[in-house]
Design a protein around this ligand. Structure first.
Ligand code: SF4
Length: 322
């Protein structure tokens, strides 16, 4: 069994590719359904678990020229879903342009929001645009506990997140019959596995509804990626190897078929292609080649090998991240 650079990879953990082979599996792209656009690494929060090390001090933002190149790409590839992420995408001044243009060429638009950025922006034009184009909101909240959330995301973030939930509900988001989808993703507040998704969904739903009357559609849980700021934190605490080992031991071969990278193309803030957002943090470009969205000669990605690293164990542990 191949063991790579133990210091970097976690002591005794086989490289991910080898684990796939040991199970008679490989990871290849299928039909591309989702085009994920990262609008930049600037964020109002500096969460401890952030795999992209996004934060208030980051300067990387997708510029208008690249946004137009991404729109042209989507016109050619015609993905069903356009998934807008960051950092905090609300902090990119060209977000509205992207939404308006993408709405004309995409079936479904999604905006990933940490909630507090949406609350801070207090941008009525943006909020109206989200409703007008029925943009699905994928919000994030790690915990129902104020102290745990603020410890991971920054002081005052829990309260702002609750206010943003209320605002979105007032606009019809998360409410039955409106068609305005408000989903929630939750990741652990430390170096441990996420709880069972169905159980966590019930717990979050009951708590938020009972305490504030807040409703949402679905909740998704995922394991923290051992990349970026979370990787640094794990190493500083001496927990990196233990965490990677626990992800590897939880490897579930049944998750591989449904991994999101099989059907997603991820575009970085500067316009380069990746198989997923996590590979941006790991600096693993699609096909291990740095290809700019404006330089593509072919859109035929199907059956291409997906670039993998040991962070992929976070997607395949337990019920996986699909
Ligand atoms: S990190 Fe996850 S989504 Fe990305 S390539 Fe690895 S398995 Fe696929």
């Amino acid at each position: 069994m191949e063991i790579q650079n133990l210091q970097d990879m976690g002591e005794g953990v086989p490289v991910f590719d080898q684990t796939l082979k040991n199970h008679g599996l490989s990871l290849k792209r299928g039909k591309t359904i989702t085009c994920q656009v990262n609008l930049g690494l600037l964020c109002n929060q500096a969460c401890k678990h952030c795999h992209l090390s996004a934060g208030p001090g980051r300067k990387e933002l997708m510029d208008l020229n690249t946004i137009h190149q991404v729109i042209e790409f989507q016109k050619k590839i015609k993905c069903e879903v356009v998934d807008i992420t960051g950092g905090a995408p609300e902090m990119n001044p060209h977000l509205s342009v992207l939404i308006e243009e993408m709405a004309t060429v995409s079936k479904t638009l999604m905006l990933r929001s940490n909630l507090s950025a949406l609350y801070d922006a207090k941008d009525k034009v943006l909020l109206d645009l989200l409703v007008k184009h029925r943009v699905n909101i994928v919000s994030s909240l790690p915990s129902l506990n104020l102290a745990q959330t603020d410890a991971q995301r920054g002081e005052g973030i829990f309260d702002k997140s609750i206010e943003a939930f209320k605002l979105l509900n007032e606009m019809g988001y998360g409410k039955r019959g409106t068609g305005l989808v408000l989903d929630l993703v939750s990741n652990p507040t430390g170096a441990f596995m996420p709880p069972d998704q169905a159980i966590a969904e019930k717990r979050f739903y009951r708590f938020l509804k009972d305490k504030w009357g807040i409703v949402f559609n679905q909740l998704f849980t995922f394991a923290n990626m051992p990349l970026g700021r979370f990787e640094t934190w794990l190493k500083n605490k001496g927990n990196y190897e233990v965490y990677l080992n626990s992800l590897w031991k939880g490897f579930n071969p049944c998750t591989v078929e449904a991994l999101m990278c099989r059907h997603l193309i991820s575009i970085s803030w500067d316009g380069y292609l990746y198989d997923c957002d996590f590979n941006q943090a790991a600096q693993l470009p699609k096909g291990n080649l740095r290809t700019h969205v404006s330089d593509l000669t072919s859109l035929g990605f199907e059956n291409q090998e997906i670039a993998v690293g040991n962070h992929c164990y976070a997607c395949t542990a337990g019920s996986g991240f699909t």
